[in-house]
Design a protein around this ligand. Sequence first.
Ligand SMILES: NC(=O)c1ccc[n+]([C@@H]2O[C@H](COP(=O)([O-])OP(=O)(O)OC[C@H]3O[C@@H](n4cnc5c(N)ncnc54)[C@H](OP(=O)(O)O)[C@@H]3O)[C@@H](O)[C@H]2O)c1
Length: 345
Amino acid sequence: MMLDSLPTPRTPDPMDAPPLRWGVMGPGWIAAQFTKSLQTYTRQEVVAVGSRSLPRAQEFAAQHDVRTAVGSYEELVALDDVDIVYVATPHPAHLELAILSLEAGKHVLVEKPIGLSAGQAREIAAVAERTGLYCAEALWTMFLPKWDVVRQVVELGGLGEIRSVHSEYGESFPDGHRVFDPALAGGPLLDLGIYPLAFVTSLLGPHEAVAALGQQDPHGVNGQLGATMTHAGGTLSVIATTLHGFLANQVTIVGTEGILTVEPTHHSPGPLTLRCADRTLTYDEPRGNQVSGLHFQAVEAARRITAGETQTPWWTLGASITALEASDEIRRQIGDDLRAAGLRE
Ligand SMILES: NC(=O)c1ccc[n+]([C@@H]2O[C@H](COP(=O)([O-])OP(=O)(O)OC[C@H]3O[C@@H](n4cnc5c(N)ncnc54)[C@H](OP(=O)(O)O)[C@@H]3O)[C@@H](O)[C@H]2O)c1
């Protein structure tokens, strides 16, 4: 169907969501952005922070006006006044800490990637199902207003039939960053590539076949890779990710009736452009960053939990697993074996 204008996001006002009491696990970079985002744009309360070191928790609590600081993750999940834990540690700890939180009776929002592999994501999903608690991966783009516009354009047939999806994500990092550390599952795929994988699998479904190539970084992690995948209905995706520099960092969705571009930087708040034969339509969302976007996934959790639901349709645990299945196959083909770094896959 030829669209005359782009749809309006159906995203509810973040200020309307019922307030939950959040406990932040791992007071690092993303934890600070998340806390600022909740405090700026929502009525959610960050009531506690847990660190492996009490002074680090206390420092974060003082900087971000958080009333309780504890010196272990076990103490954090035992706090009676915490409703939901935000797991913000590096990826190899997500499995253990998501399960620690769920077993303690806490709902959980787990930073991406939810696990190192599809198998780990399935383990978390099984515990979430058994405990009957809310669990989601913090794939924040899927909760942004702009992604609801993408969803509606596709559902309304504004692209005709989708033929292919192309997405890349490259950045550069300072020396010493955790992305260069094999023991922290470094490399671009699980940190950056997880976004293109989420975009293409959410639009095209699970991969059928994969052809991937990658090259090592001198630090002993994969440095860059590209993968082409086929999906149901004769559709194709092409992704690339690198630690060596910034790429276009956009998503291009090619359909029989039009091309939709999620403009740079694809995973953050920002504009979209739909180009059809006789018209160009734009969705003008101000470009933003983590602080202006991380809260949408938190208020979605608050709404679902208050309604007695355990998952969000915007990014289900099944969707997380599907994206990680593609990641697993790419890692297998490029020879990126996390077990060599002493990690469990
Ligand atoms: N959504 C996004 O835009 C976004 C952006 C960046 C990162 N992330 C995700 O968030 C997670 C954390 O990334 P980050 O950049 O915030 O990392 P970071 O700055 O290094 O912080 C991670 C925190 O986790 C704790 N931690 C637990 N085990 C650790 C270990 N073995 N090594 C180092 N720290 C450990 C540390 O706190 P204590 O030791 O004090 O407990 C540390 O402060 C990653 O999984 C990443 O993929 C998401």
